[in-house]
Design a protein around this ligand. Structure first.
Ligand code: ZN
Length: 440
C-alpha cells in the first residue's frame, strides 16, 4: 500500500515535471569539437531517465549473478562436506576392520574434500600407517603436530607411535614431551617420557613424572626405587641420606631402603642413629639383608658378645630372619643350646628353607664334634637341606624373572621398583599406547 502510494507520487511528480518542461520550450546544446547539436530539453531529460534505468538494470543483474554464484559455492561446499563426512566414516570403518588400503583411499578422499583439518590429518596419518606407508604417515602426523592445541598432541602421539614401532625411543620420548605441553596428564606420554628419563639416569625427572604416592602403595615402591637410585649417585652424604630416608618412609616393607639408611648412617659415624634405624627397619621388613647388618658389630666385638647383642635385638624386635641371625651368631660363639633355640624360633617364624637345615647340620657337627651322633644328625640335616626349598629371592612383579640382588630396575624388563621379595607373581603387561579409537 505504501509502496503503491510512493510509486503514484513519483509518477505524479514525473508527469508534473514533463508538463512543466513541455510548457517551456528550451533546448540543451551538446558540443563535440566543431559539431554542436541542439536537443530539446524534454528529449535530454528522457535520455537521462533511460540511462538511469539501464544502469539500475546492470547493477541488479550483477548482484543477481553474484548471489547465484555464492549459492552455488555453498551448495557445492555442503555436498563436499557430506561426501567428506561419508569418506571419513568409511575410512574409520576400514581402519577398524584392519583394511589399510581401503582406509588410505577413503582417508585421502576425505582430505581432498574437506582439506587439511585436524581430523582429516589424523585419519590420513593412521590410514597411511595401517597401509604400511610409514613415511607418509609420519609426514602427515608432523603436519598435524604443527596445528594448535590438542590437535598437536594427536600429531605427537602419531609420531611417537611410529618411533616406538621403529625402536627409536629417543624420538618417541621427544614427541611425548612435546605432547605433555598440551596434555600434562596424557598417560602414554608420561609413560614414554618416564622410560626415557630412567634410561638417561635422570632420576629426578623420572620422579617428577610419577604421581604423588602414599606410603606402602605400588607407586610408593616405584618412587622409593628412584630415590635409592638417586641417593646412590649423590655425592653429598646428607643429601643422599635424606633421599634414602624418604625411600624408607614411602616403602616401609622395602628392606633395601632401610639397609641404605643404616649403611649411610654407619658411614657417617652415627652408630646410635644407625642402630635405631636398623631396629625400625627390622620391625617393618624381616629380611636377610637387614639381619646381615645386625650381625655386623664393632671391630673389637667378641663372638660371645656379638651372640648376646644379636639375641637381645632378636628378643626386642622379633622376626624369623633375625632369629636365624641370632642362631648363626650363637653357632659361631659355640653356644649350641642358644643356637638350637634360635633356630627353632626361626623355623616357627616361617624360615623353612635350605639355610635353616644347613645351620642345624653345622650346630650338630659343632656340638657333637667327631662323634657318631654328630655324623648321623648332621647327615640327616644335610639331606633335609638338599631337598628343602631355596631361600626366597627377588622376583619381578612385571615379568616374573628372579634376581639374587635387589636393584631399582629389573635387569630383564627394565621395570622400575618391580622387584618383590619372595613373590612369584607377574602382573599382566600394560599396553604402552592404547588406541585412541578402535582400530587405530
Ligand atoms: Zn622384570
Amino acid at each position: 500500500m505504501r509502496r503503491a502510494l510512493f510509486i503514484l507520487i513519483v509518477l505524479g511528480l514525473v508527469a508534473a515535471g514533463t508538463l512543466w518542461v513541455a510548457a517551456r520550450p528550451a533546448s540543451v546544446t551538446v558540443a563535440a569539437g566543431d559539431l554542436a547539436i541542439d536537443i530539446p530539453l524534454w528529449l535530454a531529460a528522457l535520455a537521462f531517465a533511460i540511462s538511469l534505468f539501464v544502469v539500475g538494470l546492470i547493477v541488479r543483474l550483477y548482484a543477481g549473478i553474484r548471489s547465484w554464484l555464492a549459492r552455488r559455492r555453498l551448495k557445492r561446499a555442503l555436498r563436499h562436506r557430506d561426501e567428506g563426512d561419508e569418506a571419513m566414516v568409511s575410512a574409520f570403518a576400514a581402519l577398524a576392520a584392519g583394511d589399510g588400503s581401503a582406509a588410505l583411499k577413503y582417508g585421502e578422499k576425505a582430505r581432498r574434500l574437506l582439506g587439511d583439518t585436524p581430523l582429516t590429518l589424523m585419519l590420513a596419518g593412521y590410514a597411511a600407517r595401517a597401509a604400511g606407508r610409514v613415511e607418509a604417515a609420519e609426514t602427515t602426523f608432523r603436519l598435524l603436530a604443527e596445528q594448535d592445541g590438542p590437535a598437536a598432541a594427536l600429531g605427537q602421539r602419531g609420531i611417537a607411535q611410529i618411533a616406538v614401532e621403529r625402536g627409536n625411543r629417543a624420538v618417541a620420548a621427544e614427541a611425548a614431551r612435546a605432547a605433555l605441553a598440551y596434555q600434562p596428564n596424557a598417560a602414554w606420554a608420561k609413560s614414554l617420557a618416564f622410560e626415557d628419563s630412567v634410561r638417561r639416569r635422570d632420576w629426578q625427572a623420572a620422579l617428577r613424572l610419577l604421581p604423588p604416592a602414599e606410603s606402602g602403595s605400588e607407586e610408593g615402591l616405584r618412587r622409593a626405587a628412584l630415590l635409592l637410585a638417586a641417593a646412590a649417585e649423590e655425592s653429598e652424604p646428607r643429601a643422599a641420606l635424606r633421599l634414602e630416608q624418604q625411600a624408607a618412609a614411602l616403602a616401609p616393607a622395602l628392606a633395601p631402603a632401610h639397609a641404605a639408611v643404616v649403611r649411610r648412617l654407619r658411614a657417617m659415624g652415627k652408630a646410635r642413629a644407625a642402630d635405631s634405624a636398623l631396629k625400625e627397619g627390622l620391625a617393618k621388613a624381616s629380611h636377610p639383608m637387614l639381619a646381615a647388618l645386625a650381625l655386623e658389630g664393632p671391630a673389637d666385638e667378641s663372638k660371645a658378645g656379638r651372640a648376646k647383642r644379636v639375641a637381645a635385638l632378636a628378643t626386642e624386635v622379633g622376626g624369623a630372619e633375625l632369629a636365624l641371625a641370632a642362631a648363626q651368631a650363637a653357632l659361631e660363639a659355640e653356644d649350641w643350646a642358644e643356637a638350637r633355640r634360635w633356630a627353632e624360633r626361626a623355623r616357627s617364624g616361617g624360615v623353612e628353607d635350605r639355610r635353616l637345615h644347613a645351620l642345624l647340620a653345622k650346630i650338630a657337627e659343632g656340638e657333637f664334634a667327631g662323634s657318631e651322633r654328630a655324623h648321623a644328625e648332621a647327615e640327616a640335616h644335610w639331606r633335609d637341606a638338599a631337598s628343602a626349598p631355596e631361600p626366597p629371592d627377588w622376583t619381578c612383579a612385571n615379568c616374573g624373572s628372579s634376581h639374587a640382588e635387589w636393584s631399582h630396575l629389573c635387569s630383564s624388563c627394565g621395570a622400575v621398583g618391580s622387584l618383590r621379595w619372595g613373590e612369584a607373581r607377574a602382573a599382566s603387561p600394560q599396553l604402552l599406547l592404547p588406541a585412541p579409537l578402535p582400530g587405530l
